[in-house]
Design a protein around this ligand. Structure first.
Ligand code: NAD
Length: 254
């Protein structure tokens, strides 16, 4: 259903971004993968994805901390823009390093402003576009010690609503996906340490420690986030705009 659409997914060489890119490729879209590196492995990943799904796929380096890079990434056309790149830093507000604050706001929030600004004119010309912003349960609720991340993700939800209003009725939608805890390679890698630290087995540490705030006590998966993104890009979702879809096992219902 997405044949003929070109998708740019920021921060897509691992985790959720990779899952979304694979789901979009699976639905027939051309995909542009991105990260801030320029390794042979990045280009190989794109080649393999293209071959697996029979779509055009490429990799473009762009540092989402830099406004010019963000805008250059979507130059050349983009029907589906997925703003996924994100970083975290955990510290109390009174000792939160200002550089870490600035970097998180730049990568998790300002990058989406720049990519959307650069993508909208082409979407308007073609009369079709999908903006999918990967926010978080922390775009709707807070946790202590994550001030910059929570502020950036709430800001991203606000930017999503504004983009939706400015494009309403133009064949373009803008929405945010708000994942709870997702089982990415990064999260998977923390499980052994948590098991050792708490003296618990894998299932117990997942249920009692890692997913304490997720009522389902189950991780969301990158495939589920990918499926949500594909839905938002479908014609069924043409009137879904300016909103959030939580994929969080009930976190935000609490
Ligand atoms: P991840 O670390 O696997 O992926 C983050 C991606 O962003 C990586 O591919 C990385 O290369 C890229 N990135 C980081 N800095 C960048 C920069 N300066 N320029 C370009 N790319 C950059 O983490 P993930 O868990 O897959 O997270 C993806 C998104 O999902 C983030 O926005 C994150 O906040 C959000 N999220 C994750 C979870 C979770 O539980 N994993 C939950 C809610 C929201």
């Amino acid at each position: 259903p997405l044949v003929g659409r070109r998708a740019v997914v920021t921060g897509s060489t691992s985790g959720i971004g990779l899952g979304i890119a694979r789901a979009l490729a699976g639905a027939g879209a051309e995909v542009v993968l991105n990260s801030f590196t320029d390794a042979e492995a990045d280009h190989a990943l794109a080649r393999e994805m293209g071959a697996e799904f029979g779509v055009a796929a490429s990799y473009r380096r762009a540092d989402m901390a830099r406004a010019e890079d963000c805008r250059a990434l979507v130059a050349g056309g983009c029907d589906i823009l997925v703003n996924n790149a994100g970083v975290q830093h955990v510290a109390p507000i009174d000792s939160f390093p200002p550089e870490a604050w600035d970097r998180i706001i730049a990568i998790n929030l300002s990058s989406a402003f720049h990519t959307i600004a650069a993508a909208l004119p082409g979407m308007r010309e073609r009369g079709w576009g999908r903006v999918v912003n990967v926010a978080s349960a922390h775009g709707l609720t807070a946790s202590p010690y994550k001030s910059a991340y929570v502020a950036a993700k709430h800001g991203l939800v606000g930017l999503t609503k504004t983009a939706a209003l400015e494009t309403a009725g133009q064949g373009i939608t803008a929405n945010a996906i708000c994942p709870g805890y997702v089982l990415t390679p990064l999260v998977e890698a923390q499980i052994p340490d948590q098991m050792a630290a708490h003296g618990m087995d894998r299932e117990t540490v997942i249920r009692e420690v890692m997913l304490a705030r997720q009522p389902s006590r189950q991780f969301a998966t990158v495939d589920q986030i990918g499926g949500t993104a594909v839905f938002l890009c479908s014609e069924a979702a043409a009137q879904v705009t300016g909103t959030t879809i939580s994929v969080d096992g009930g976190w935000t219902a609490l």
